[in-house]
Write a protein that binds this ligand. Structure first.
Ligand SMILES: [Zn+2]
Length: 85
């Protein structure tokens, strides 16, 4: 059982596989249009639970703005994608 999951795609990770990312990097990339391509399939379930229809990108922006003061721990795949922005 792994102890960690990627904060973006929720894939299981070991401690050594985690890449710490400053929230400002996520916020800046998202402001520039970054939406992860490998979001979990149930990512928009939270919005549906609240009774609203939101696209993945809208839920993503909401998630980012709610977590803009904490470090993120993400997998290599998500890091590579983030670094393109
Ligand atoms: Zn990931």
């Amino acid at each position: 059982m792994s102890e960690y999951v990627c904060d973006i795609c929720h894939c299981p990770l070991t401690r050594n596989e985690i890449n710490a990312v400053l929230p400002s990097e996520i916020v800046d990339a998202t402001s520039a249009g970054f939406v992860p391509s490998n979001l979990p399939k149930d990512f928009d379930a939270m919005a549906r639970m609240l009774g609203v229809e939101l696209s993945n990108s809208e839920v993503w922006k909401f998630t980012v703005s709610n977590n803009s003061d904490v470090d993120w721990g993400i997998c290599r795949d998500c890091l590579v994608e983030l670094k393109r922005w």
